[in-house]
Write a protein that binds this ligand. Structure first.
Ligand SMILES: Cc1ncc(C[n+]2csc(CCOP(=O)(O)OP(=O)(O)O)c2C)c(N)n1
Length: 629
């Protein structure tokens, strides 16, 4: 049977459909998304929740002339499917396939690249201002979730939007969820607006009735606070937005394509900033995701019938070992508190949050605030562990510098997803942290070779009287046994794993591939001592300088940008100590826009797997003009 989706290639094709057929199309799109995500993995819950809203948006607006900006961008699958990428959709998130996020390089319909939250409102305002300055005439629509509205950047944008009152449309996709349940006062306020269950038409009706009886409001207010609240809720919904200068419309049933089209058509005619509060359900149309939207927020491949993950690898993840370690330490030390910026599950802190709810803080998508909040706690005797993915901590760089490191505040930063991150692409790569952390005064920077060492590093970090960052990769550990009793690692102490003549200093995830490559190189006549560096800062200067004798070779390897990173730190040491006779090579990533795909594919591309290390080093020795004795 031919499907409606077969006939849809561009948004113009949607405009020929009846609302009934748009609803049928929504079902077909959901089936395609479930099928592809079950094989490739991806952001299932958010996308299933956005299907109807996206179809309505493309029905009403004329993209790419009209600009639609997706905040975070993880919810853009329907948008991709109806904007000429239906066939490629099967390659979603695969190496050389379609990007899982909006990508200007991929399509003219993607007008703004996203991945990190809360940026769409600012970008939309910039586009709206540019439009008016150029006397152009297109609509600008920012689509933002309630989770992303917990981010400070969004409020900085709203502050200016309400001030200059440019014509622009904000579609608030409200589903009560960030990745986990949404948090914070704003989230409560939005749910309060929805809790009246007066959807738009009913409310407008009530409003016009009350307007006809002018004296009614005043006496009622005197009856008391509760009545006042009820009046506000019924007659002045969205008062916070209205007072900021943004017209509020809602709540709208976000799965009723008819209502969405009506409201969006209306919004198009409004000459100022307008926010449409749509209520959607995460995971809509797929029962396992409806029942557990958090699990399917970013799903690995799964069985469609059962919803069970196809990943049978039972090894614990770095995140879970990290979470368990903090929990165990917190049981013995009541000063330990844990902080996450909207990732309680991803960072492995869920058990901690259950066991110590009063010592656990989910601050929302607010990395900058998380860092300063931790500073306040630490300066008053607590021991905060702040768990933020490497890529997202970039947002709080000034807080790290200005608030934490200048005062040398003892806080532990756990940087999950450090290094190459699969599937999500350039916005999520955790490859800059070595560089940016190393350049902070007072900061200690560590990386474990495996999940057992991670435990010891967390324990150590909590005992150092300085700011300390521990970076570790996404995914499963090495499957090594876990020590029960944890030791403090002496500051800067590295670990010699293999004897040899020249020095191969590997950091974190590069240690095992370095060992394997060194074993192979031994057979080629290249003798390398392999050292697990453990510390980027302070470096184990003694072991480096012991090996760095005239004519010898020093090689470093890191899973991060090589310019300014760990290798650079070693090079700086050699220069400082005037070891000019050393042959030096640093291995890592070039500074460029990285692809998405499996970690192994990306590592292979950049020669960071065992084979790549072997070849790079062999080649290096071949080209040495003066060979070591
Ligand atoms: C700065 C930043 N911090 C954290 C994240 C991780 N993250 C991705 S989606 C998401 C939740 C977004 O919630 P919402 O905007 O409500 O969208 P929904 O998934 O509910 O549709 C989070 C925390 C991010 N993308 N950017």
């Amino acid at each position: 049977m031919s499907k409606i989706l077969d006939e849809i290639n561009k948004p113009e094709d949607l405009k020929k459909l009846s609302v009934k057929n748009l609803s049928k199309l929504a079902r077909e799109v959901r089936t395609l998304i479930i099928d592809v995500v079950s094989k490739n993995g991806g952001h299932l819950s958010s996308n299933l929740g956005m299907v109807d809203l996206t179809l309505a948006l493309h029905y009403v607006f004329d993209a790419p002339h009209d600009k639609i900006i997706w905040d975070v961008g993880h919810q853009c699958y329907t948008h991709k499917i109806v904007t000429g990428r239906k066939e490629e959709f099967r390659t979603l998130r695969q190496f050389d396939g379609l990007c899982g996020f909006p990508c200007r390089e991929e399509s003219e319909y993607d007008v703004y690249n996203t991945g990190h939250a809360s940026t769409a409102l600012s970008a939309a305002l910039g586009m709206a201002v540019a439009r008016d300055k150029k006397k152009d005439n297109f609509n600008v629509v920012a689509v933002v979730g309630d989770g992303s509205l917990t981010g400070g950047v969004a409020w900085e944008a709203l502050n200016q939007i309400g001030h200059i009152r440019e014509r622009l449309i904000i579609v608030l996709n409200y589903n009560e969820m960030s990745i986990s349940e949404n948090v914070g006062a704003m989230s409560k306020y939005l749910s309060y607006l929805v809790s009246g269950r007066y959807y738009l038409r009913l409310k407008d009706l009530a409003k016009s009735i009350i307007r006809a009886i002018p004296a009614v409001g005043e006496p009622m207010i005197k009856v008391g606070r509760a009545v006042e609240e009820a009046i506000k809720k019924t007659f002045f919904p969205g008062v916070v937005f209205e007072e900021l200068g943004v017209r509020y419309v809602g709540p709208i049933q976000g799965h009723s394509i008819r209502s969405l089209i009506d409201v969006l058509e209306e919004a198009k005619t409004y000459n100022g900033p307008i926010l449409i509060h749509c209520v959607t359900q995460k995971g809509r149309g797929y029962r396992p995701a409806e029942n557990n939207p958090e699990k399917f927020h970013s799903a690995s491949p799964f069985n469609i019938q059962t919803g069970e993950s196809l990943d049978k690898n039972q090894r614990p993840t770095y995140s879970s070992i990290f979470g368990q370690t903090v929990l165990n330490i917190a049981k013995k030390d009541e000063k330990v508190v844990a902080i996450t910026a909207a990732m309680p599950d991803g960072t492995g802190l869920k058990s901690f949050s259950h066991q110590f709810p009063e010592r656990f803080f989910d601050v929302g998508i607010a990395e900058q605030h998380a860092v300063d909040f931790a500073t306040g706690l630490a300066l008053n005797g607590f021991k905060p562990v702040v768990a933020i993915y490497s890529t997202f901590l970039q947002r709080a760089y000034d807080q790290l510098y200005h608030d934490v490191c200048l005062m040398d505040v003892p806080i532990v930063f756990a940087l999950d997803r450090a290094g190459i991150v699969p599937d999500d692409g350039p916005t999520h790569q955790g490859v800059n942290d070595i560089v940016y952390l190393r350049h902070l005064p007072n900061m200690i920077v560590m990386a474990p070779k495996n999940e057992n060492e991670l435990q010891h590093m967390i324990k150590s970090a909590l005992s150092y009287p300085h700011t300390t960052a521990v970076r570790f990769p996404k995914g499963k550990g090495q499957g090594v046994p876990l020590d029960k009793s944890l030791e403090e690692i002496p500051l800067s102490k590295s670990e010699l794993l293999k004897e040899g003549e020249d020095l191969f200093l590997a950091l974190g995830s590069m240690v095992y591939p370095a060992l394997e490559a060194a074993e192979r190189l031994e057979k080629e006549g290249i003798s390398l001592a392999v050292v697990n560096a453990r510390f980027v800062k302070p470096l184990d200067e003694k072991i480096i300088l012991d090996y760095a004798q005239p004519g010898r070779v020093v090689i470093t390897a890191e899973e991060g940008v090589v310019a300014g990173g760990f290798g650079t730190a070693v090079r700086e040491l050699l220069d400082r100590e005037k070891r000019f006779d050393i042959k030096f090579k640093s291995i890592g990533l070039p500074l460029e826009i990285y692809p998405w795909g499996k970690v192994e594919q990306i590592k292979k591309k950049y020669f960071l797997d065992e084979e790549g290390l072997f070849n790079q080093i062999k080649d290096f020795y071949k080209k040495l003009t003066i060979r070591p004795k």
